[in-house]
Each structure stands twice: as structure tokens, then as C-alpha cells.
Design a protein around this ligand. Structure first.
Ligand code: NI
Length: 288
């Protein structure tokens, strides 16, 4: 499918330079881009870790996915103009946040991510999907930074095999069926408060974290409003900028309070419907 709607050369840029956009178009990713200060990142990290201290590690909970439906501060973050200005330069002015996911690797954690293209099971109509990956800790090759294969977003959708491997953080442990020349991959190192942007077709993965410190990232999946869900299921998104004249997604309300009963009920319903999309064809049932 063509991505011709992606950008008009006459459009005024919000914050990225022509060179940065050329890099994104050529490589399929762009980093580092500072979006919040180190101290803001530390405050956000504290809010997350306060929650975890009172409950359990977020990676063990259902709110690891779509946390913007239950944490007011994450809902504010997905609307932050410092992120959206860069995203608008890639996707245009009418933007939905389709998903959010924490990707945390604990110290001495076996968790890894196999080489994959994000587009494989998402069921979205166009490859015009950008992930803003926000670092809330130092992210280095040593602690399991993402690794990207430059230019691989220009390949079509490639076949994947589901491994359901135990320590794989992906839904199905899906793995792209091509040989990766690891000498050509790029490590996405980030400081707290910096982000990377990556294309939904880029081949990427990451290694475990054998260090003594946590590696914390929040991935926000942005789509232009003309994108739709084509799996046949109903799907949900949050309008974060511009207007939605397409009505392809049920629009999500922002949480009024953290973990209120209405917020939790909505999250549970949407999480179950999203599960049906992401695991379609596997025979797996939603865990209760
Ligand atoms: Ni991915």
C-alpha cells in the first residue's frame, strides 16, 4: 500500500528539520529527539514506580498495554505538544494515539524482543503508523536498547513465525522470516526524556538486560485519522490532535482520575477487544 499521503513538501514543519525528516524517510527511524527534560522524566518514572510499589510491576499487569486509559499522567503525555509536533511532521495534522505499551526490562532480566515488523498483526489499513518510544531511564546497548535495521521499512510486509517463546515480550513471540545482518543494525541509545520515532514496517528487536538497572520505555503508537482497523473487529483510539472526520475508531475518553472504577472498566473492555485483534487465528483465549 502506498504511503503517498504521508507528507506534502509545502507543509510547514512544526519542529523537525528537512534533514531529520529525510533521515526518517530513508532509515525508517529517527533519534534521539528530546521531548521532556531529564527531571520531568524522573518525575514520570517516580509516578510509575510509586504505582508499582503499591501494586505490582506494571509488566505483570494488564495496564502494561493502553496505560493511557488509567493513568492521567500518561494521557497527558500522549497529548504533549513536544511529542506531537514531531509526529505531525511525519503523519500530518490529524492524529490518533492508537496504543500505548510499556517496555520495561528489569535488571538481570531475560526478557527480549525478537526481530519483527510491528505491522504484522495490528490489522491497520495503511503503513502510516509511527511509534514514539519515550525513554524514562538511560537506554543503552548494554541494557537492551532497541536495534533497528535501516531501510527495512521500505520492504513490504514480510512473513513472520509465531514462537510464543517464554521471555519474548511480543504478543506471539513473532519473528520475521529473513536473515538479519547484525553488522548493519543500529542501537537506539536514549537518555531519559529523549524519544525515537520508528516506522511500523521497520525490522527491529532488542536483547535482554544483564545490567543492575531498569530499562524503561513507553511506546506510543500514532496514526493519522484516515487509518482504519481492517480485521473486522471494533477498535479504539484517542484523538490527540486535529479533527477526526473519518470516524474509523471509537474515540476513547481521557481518564478523570487514576484507576477509577469507570476507567478500569473501560480499560478491561478495550483490552479484551484488542486481544481478539492481536491474537486472531491463534486459538488463544483472553486471560481472566
Ligand atoms: Ni516492535
Amino acid at each position: 500500500m502506498k504511503t503517498a499521503q504521508l507528507e506534502s513538501p509545502t507543509r510547514t514543519r512544526k519542529c523537525l528539520t528537512e534533514e531529520q525528516i529525510e533521515n526518517y524517510n530513508r532509515d525508517g527511524f529517527f533519534f534521539p529527539h528530546r521531548v521532556i527534560s531529564e527531571s520531568e522524566a524522573a518525575e514520570y518514572r517516580k509516578k510509575l514506580e510509586n504505582y508499582e510499589a503499591a501494586h505490582q510491576p506494571i509488566m505483570k499487569t494488564a495496564v502494561r498495554n493502553k496505560p493511557h486509559l488509567v493513568f492521567t499522567w500518561i494521557n497527558e503525555l500522549i497529548r504533549d505538544s513536544r511529542i506531537l509536533d514531531a509526529v505531525e511532521d511525519v503523519l500530518g495534522p490529524n492524529i490518533l494515539a492508537w496504543g500505548t505499551n510499556f517496555f520495561i526490562k528489569e535488571p538481570h532480566d531475560d526478557a527480549f524482543i525478537s526481530w519483527h515488523q510491528d505491522s504484522t498483526y495490528w490489522g491497520l489499513s495503511h503503513p502510516d503508523v509511527v511509534t514514539a518510544w519515550i525513554a524514562l531511564s538511560h537506554v543503552t546497548p548494554d541494557n537492551g536498547a532497541m536495534r533497528m535495521l535501516p531501510g527495512s521499512h521500505l520492504l513490504d510486509q514480510l512473513p513472520h513465525v509465531d514462537t510464543f517463546a517464554e521471555h519474548n515480550l511480543l504478543t506471539r513471540g513473532q519473528e520475521v522470516q529473513v536473515d538479519i545482518d547484525e553488522s548493519k543494525t543500529v542501537d537506539v541509545s536514549l537518555e531519559p526524556g529523549e524519544m525515537s520515532l520508528h516506522h511500523v514496517r521497520i525490522i527491529h528487536g532488542s536483547n535482554p538486560n544483564p545490567t543492575d538497572t531498569r530499562r524503561i520505555g513507553l511506546a506510543i503508537r500514532y496514526v493519522p485519522t484516515y487509518v482504519s482497523q481492517i480485521s473486522g473487529a471494533r477498535d479504539y483510539a484517542t484523538l490527540v490532535r486535529g479533527e477526526d472526520t473519518h470516524h474509523n475508531f471509537q474515540l476513547e475518553p481521557a481518564p478523570k482520575v487514576d484507576f477509577g472504577p469507570d476507567e478500569m472498566a473501560l480499560h478491561a473492555r478495550i483490552a479484551e477487544e484488542s486481544f481478539q485483534i492481536l491474537y486472531r487465528g491463534t486459538g488463544r483465549e483472553y486471560p481472566r
